[in-house]
Write a protein that binds this ligand. Structure first.
Ligand code: MEV
Length: 426
């Protein structure tokens, strides 16, 4: 019997209170007696940990963790922790994942875990000559750092290759760029790569002369790509007065808009990043790195375009695909020291950075589907307002049960604002 089957389906999860949600979550995961997990989910980081993370700490800044349900990724049910301040995102992901699982869920894959470290070499007499010296002495350069990180080597990672690129003309003259290819396995890898490229400086200068200037990892992690795709039968797309084929075709039209227009692509990709960043943050990973890589990748053909595409498949299904760099880790950095991040990884049940990447990119595609489905039918405000109204009710001073009562009334009356909430409250 497959114990994982339907694990991520929790009907009416939304209607439970926080303690009930945690209790059912732990039961689903088989961790019902894990008190540490409960407290890590609820309280996350403490001040002592925070004080060791950055400088000049004076406190903590809280954000909600929500659980997106219904995800089926590579035939595994996954409950997805998301850290985000924006209403509708967790609900949108859960809804899209529900539609996706009716077509067999998300199929996701990753390429390697290779990161790129860059070295800028200036003041060379002849950059073409320097390039051929480097290429014929590649082993000398690679060998110089091969024992730098025994830990990474022991799990199959480490230095892989070296590539050279030439900039023939620039305002500072011609220069050479070395790309150091480094397999960082289950780590995001910034520290390993930066250590290696800094260490290589004298080796490179001895070989080719010149002056090694910048030495730093590139966030355009295009050797560490995650992909996901989904195929959804048209009939499951229908809702309310919207016919499934119309919804499908509307999503395809919206997708083409983003493919050909950078203004739309930016917002389309923002919707994807709503899902991506929320899981990246929940797992203690560097969301600025992911953002930088995503948008650089979206521009790789010379103009900014969408990271995903939606089309009509052979059987008339709605087919979605996404591809983007995904430099995330499950060891090291905040992932290791933040109890909330440790809890998130435990909830996800991922055993490698590849698996985590596959979840993240699937959530990005789900989020994109939720946005496009709403935008091409009733618009996003209807769904958004219901959740937003709760925040407005709280801002007006509503507490406990009052919050939902006031929020529902504002949505019914189509007047979601603090003044009206205050009136209802009084
Ligand atoms: C809002 O946070 C995200 C959307 O704007 C994404 C999109 O337009 O595709 C709804």
């Amino acid at each position: 019997m497959d114990l994982n089957k339907d694990m991520s389906r929790i009907p009416d999860f939304y209607d439970l209170d926080v303690d009930e949600r945690i209790s059912i979550l732990l039961k689903k995961l088989g961790f019902e007696d894990d008190m540490d997990l409960t407290s890590s989910i609820k309280s996350g980081l403490d001040l002592d940990n925070a004080n060791n993370m950055i400088e000049n700490v004076v406190g903590l800044y809280g954000l909600p963790i929500g659980i997106a349900t219904n995800f089926l990724i590579n035939e595994r049910d996954v409950l997805v922790p998301m850290v985000i301040e924006e209403a509708s995102v967790v609900a949108g992901a859960s809804l899209a994942a529900k539609l996706a699982r009716m077509g067999g869920g998300f199929q996701a894959e990753t390429t390697s875990n290779e990161m790129i470290g860059q070295m800028q070499v200036l003041d060379l007499e002849n950059i073409d000559n320097a390039k051929s010296i480097l290429m014929s002495n590649k082993d000398v350069v690679l060998d110089s750092v091969k024992d730098l990180d025994p830990m990474l080597n022991s799990v199959g990672g480490g230095i892989r290759d070296l590539e050279v690129r030439l900039v023939q003309e620039s305002t500072i003259g011609p220069f050479l760029i070395i790309h150091v290819i480094y397999d960082t396995c289950d780590a995001m890898g910034a520290n390993a790569v930066n250590t290696a490229v800094e260490y290589m400086k004298p080796v490179v200068e001895d070989l080719i002369g010149g002056r090694v200037h910048l030495r730093i990892l590139s966030n355009l992690a295009d050797r560490r790509i995650a992909r996901a795709c989904v195929s959804i039968p048209t009939n499951v797309l229908s809702f309310g007065t919207y016919d499934g084929e119309k919804v499908r075709d509307g999503i395809v039209e919206a997708s083409i808009f983003a493919e050909v227009d950078s203004y739309r692509a930016s917002t389309h990709n923002k919707g994807i990043m709503n899902g991506v960043d929320a899981v990246v943050m929940a797992t203690g990973n560097d969301w600025r790195a992911i953002e930088a890589g995503a948008h650089a990748y979206a521009s790789r053909q010379g103009s900014y375009t969408s990271l995903s595409k939606w089309s009509v498949g052979v059987e008339g299904n709605l087919v979605g695909e996404i591809e983007m760099p995904m430099a995330v880790g499950i060891i090291g950095g905040a992932t290791r020291v933040h109890p909330g991040a440790q809890a998130a990884l435990k909830i996800l049940g991922v055993a490698s950075s590849k698996e985590l990447s596959e979840v993240i990119v699937s959530v990005g595609l789900a989020q994109n589907l939720a946005s496009l489905r709403a935008l091409s039918t009733e618009g996003i405000q209807k769904g958004h307002m219901g959740l937003h109204a709760r925040q407005v009710a709280i801002a007006a001073g509503a507490e406990g049960d009052q919050i939902n009562v006031i929020a529902d009334q504002m949505v019914t009356d189509k007047k979601v604002n603090v003044k009206y909430a205050e009136r209802l409250l009084s």
